[in-house]
Design a protein around this ligand. Structure first.
Ligand SMILES: [Zn+2]
Ligand SMILES: [Zn+2]
Length: 110
């Protein structure tokens, strides 16, 4: 039982660490981000981070998006599971990914 450097669990742990690092980094950026800055994130990165965050934390918060006023054209996109927080005035508002995109970026494929 030795010299097993190709152990899958080890590779998984390394990938996991890389993923969590990316998530926290991304979340710091998002916390300060304007919708403009959020729009600059690569869509593939956003999707990866969202999936990773869901798997890592297992704890979804509720989306607090005022869909009817924030993005009236895309009211149906909300999936109710907040993956990020955006600061609106004095309060942090939890947003699900579709709502964040609908509010700030409007580049979601339909
Ligand atoms: Zn919404
Ligand atoms: Zn939503």
């Amino acid at each position: 039982m030795g010299g097993d450097s190709e152990h899958p669990a080890r590779q998984f742990a390394e990938a996991w660490q890389a993923a969590t690092g990316a998530v926290s980094e991304w979340q710091r950026k998002v916390a300060d981000a304007t919708s403009e800055a959020l729009g600059k994130l690569d869509p593939a990165l956003r999707a990866a981070v969202q999936a990773g965050r869901a798997a890592l934390t297992g704890q979804w918060r509720d989306c607090r998006c005022p869909c009817g006023t924030a993005h009236p054209d895309d009211r149906g996109v909300c999936d109710g599971r907040a993956v990020l927080t955006r600061r609106l005035g004095e309060v942090d508002v939890s947003l699900c990914a579709p709502c964040a995109v609908a509010q700030g970026v409007a580049e979601m494929p339909r």
